[in-house]
Write a protein that binds this ligand. Structure first.
Ligand code: UD1
Length: 356
């Protein structure tokens, strides 16, 4: 059986690694890895391949940045001949980025089977580009691998036949489980024992100058209580420069870093007093680690991190952020549990469904 994986952006890499590994043990499976090049900076891509032990891609489409339409269209145009050439039995796509939906569209039109890893998640907010990507990809997929029960329920509500859906657990947590021991051995001496870890890149938070200013002001407020470590996504770094906000941010208590490699970031997360983020995956990782997570969004496509985990949605209300942070600092944070099947074996379950 020929399996072709398509990945493109940072959060895809920790999801493909365990599936690649698990399928490697199946003798009759051959695998091809395509990188669309949606993320291309060494610290957004190459370093993840190295740390996660992902082989160099067989094909790099090198599409780079662009508007959503342009990026999606470029991926489609460049991927189509690769799929026609390779004649895979199934193409696996991951998560909810532009590379995911572009590959699903190409394959659906060529009549090639599509498997969607991390299917069924819904924020019910169509202003998020990722929500459009999730809806379209799930509609087109032939096999849908969900991380949690809410995914199955959403797909059922949308009329996706149950026989296409397999609840396998969370592949991102597979990578975490594997590399956490390594991450915990990394000590960053320059950091105090108590710090907040921040990530920020959602268009709704960073592309609007008033919204970004207000969040940065809140972070400056937070940094009066504890050091804030803020590895900055390239998009956010660009906006901070564009809006002329750099000078304000240069303090010892608020530390802007370049994006960090996976293992380094995981180590920082595991020791953080609190994580403040608008990322999807980090809501899940903090839930697994039992670290309090304050999410700067009004909604989440990962509600299980709120119902079972340590995640609290604080939206963009600085008062709510301050109130929740005060609870954390007083040791009164929300306690969570690890959702079922977030156990390090999701990749194996996917391999079993595909090859079994
Ligand atoms: C994408 C995903 C988002 C995911 C995020 C993780 C979509 C719609 N969004 O958002 O779901 O959470 O990746 O990072 O696919 N850039 C660089 N170097 C890079 C990559 C990007 O400088 O290696 C800059 C470019 O200026 C680019 C901007 O960041 O225009 C945004 O990149 P893009 O991949 O379009 O979206 P993300 O915001 O990263």
């Amino acid at each position: 059986m020929k399996v072709l994986h398509v990945v493109g952006a940072r959060p895809n890499f920790m999801k493909v690694a365990p599936v690649l590994n698990a399928l490697r043990t199946q003798k009759h499976v051959t695998q091809t890895l395509v990188h669309t090049g949606q993320h291309y900076d060494a610290n957004m891509s190459d370093v993840f391949f190295e740390q996660l032990g992902i082989p160099a891609p067989d094909v790099n489409l090198a599409v780079g940045s662009g508007s959503h339409a342009r990026q999606t269209a470029e991926i489609m145009m460049r991927l189509e001949p690769v799929v026609l050439d390779g004649k895979p039995d199934i193409v696996l796509v991951y998560g909810d980025v532009n590379s995911t939906v572009a590959a699903a569209l190409v394959c659906a039109k060529l009549g090639v089977r599509v498997g969607h890893v991390e299917a069924g998640l819904r924020s019910f907010d169509r202003t998020m580009p990722e929500e459009i990507n999730r809806l379209v990809t799930d509609r087109l997929a032939d096999v849908l691998f969900t991380p949690s029960e809410d995914g199955d329920i959403n797909l059922q509500r949308e009329g996706i036949p149950a026989e296409k859906v397999f609840r396998v657990g969370n592949v991102m947590i597979d990578s975490l489980v594997k590399l956490l021991p390594v991450a915990q051995r990394q000590i960053r001496n320059e950091l105090p024992e108590r710090y907040a870890l921040v990530t920020l890149h959602r268009p709704a938070n960073v592309d609007d100058s008033a919204a970004l200013k207000s969040i940065l002001q809140s972070l400056l407020d937070v940094s009066r209580d504890l050091v804030v470590v803020f590895p900055t996504h390239p998009r956010t770094r660009q906006r901070i420069a564009e809006f002329g906000l750099e000078l304000k941010l240069k303090t010892d208590q608020l530390r802007l870093l370049d994006p960090l490699p996976y293992v380094d970031f995981l180590g920082l997360q595991s020791r953080a007093r609190v994580v403040i983020t608008d990322s999807g995956g980090i809501q899940e990782e903090t839930t697994y680690l039992g670290v309090p997570c304050l999410t700067l969004r009004e909604n989440t496509e990962r509600p299980i991190t709120v119902s079972l985990g340590t995640n609290v949605l604080v939206g963009r209300d600085p008062k709510k952020l301050r109130a929740e942070l005060a609870l954390v600092l007083a040791g009164k944070q929300k306690k969570g549990t690890i959702p079922p099947l977030w156990d390090g074996h999701a990749g194996e379950r996917i391999a079993h469904v595909l090859a079994g």
